[in-house]
Design a protein. Structure first.
Length: 318
């Protein structure tokens, strides 16, 4: 039945119908954002983002192109079809600084994506990616200036704190709310390159940095992959000193990250989604991601693991 759904040319609705068959009952309502268009032409899938997707929160359905591209690729792989994916998008006029920082983050993300995944490419953004890379050769990472709030708030803030308490003994250090914002040359609003963001939880053991993206049971957006991939790529660039750390901080265990950065001793960066239940199509991307990173040439071994059920038992890692 699945193979009957696959045609040489498929529009958005036909691809949605195909994806809904992959995970059975749990994927029966899967649909793309109204701000994302997609079509298949022979072995090429074209994923087109609206202007909203270029400047939106990166884990939103409108913006998370990494997630949709990986899900589409993995779904077709599962039936023995290997598609290429081209990422297109609307052109943007002059932007206010806030939107420009989101757009810069998008350019960093898509530049990394097409570099890592050999089956993905872009025509619409290739020139802008090159301009971005040439313009920002001395990016620096933000530094925490205070501890995260001690009083647990509801939702994922509570999960972060309980996760750190339950698993601290497993790592040399484990903390949460690591600021991940990029600047040019020095830290300050006028030097900001990207929009701000925070790693939910992160840890170090030996020469390995772990990045954890924590999701509550009712947060099942595919964008968890996009968010995790951005954080892993940034930390990998930090550990190879492509992105610099200019100063130290005693807050949020940042001094441990700085120590590993200074030693150039990091050999692995591992990203994991931690959730009691995730989007039904997220787990199928695990092999597709692993295959790509195994072929990617880098001085650091990078892994992103999306098969969440392997890791979580309440908030304690197995």
């Amino acid at each position: 039945m699945i193979m009957e759904l696959i045609q040489k040319r498929m529009d958005k609705k036909q691809i949605e119908k195909f994806l809904r068959t992959i995970g059975g009952k749990e994927t029966s309502r899967v649909s793309f954002s109204s701000y994302v268009d997609v079509e298949k032409i022979d072995d090429l899938v074209v994923l087109k983002l609206s202007s909203k997707g270029l400047i939106d929160n990166m884990q939103s359905d409108a913006s998370a192109f990494e997630s949709w591209a990986l899900i589409i690729r993995a779904a077709f792989e599962s039936v023995g079809i290997f598609v290429r994916i081209r990422i297109d998008g609307e052109k943007l006029d002059e932007l206010p600084n806030r939107d420009k920082n989101h757009y810069n983050r998008f350019l960093y993300r898509i530049g990394k994506f097409v570099d890592i995944f050999e089956w993905a490419y872009t025509d619409d953004f290739s020139e802008e990616i090159a301009i971005f890379n040439n313009a920002h050769t001395n990016m620096v990472l933000n530094v925490p200036t205070q501890e995260a709030k001690k009083e647990a708030e509801k939702g994922e803030a509570t999960m972060e704190r309980e996760f750190c308490i339950d698993n601290k003994s497993l790592f040399d250090c484990l903390d949460h709310q690591l600021p991940v914002r990029l600047f040019d040359d020095g830290i300050g609003e006028t030097a900001a390159v990207t929009a701000g963001g925070f790693v939910d939880a992160w840890a170090i053991i030996g020469n390995t940095v772990y990045i954890f993206e924590l999701k509550l049971g009712d947060n099942r957006k595919v964008g968890a992959i996009a968010e995790l991939m951005f954080y892993v790529n940034v930390i990998s660039d930090v550990m190879t000193q492509k992105i610099q750390i200019l100063s130290n901080s005693q807050y949020r265990s940042f001094d441990k990250l700085k120590e590993l950065y200074d030693s150039r001793g990091c050999q692995n960066v591992v990203g994991r989604i931690i959730a009691k239940k995730s989007h039904p199509l997220v787990a199928i991307t695990n092999k597709t991601i692993a295959d790509a990173f195994s072929k990617h040439h880098s001085s650091i071994c990078i892994k992103i693991e999306t098969d969440v059920n392997r890791y979580i038992n309440n908030y304690k890692l197995r």
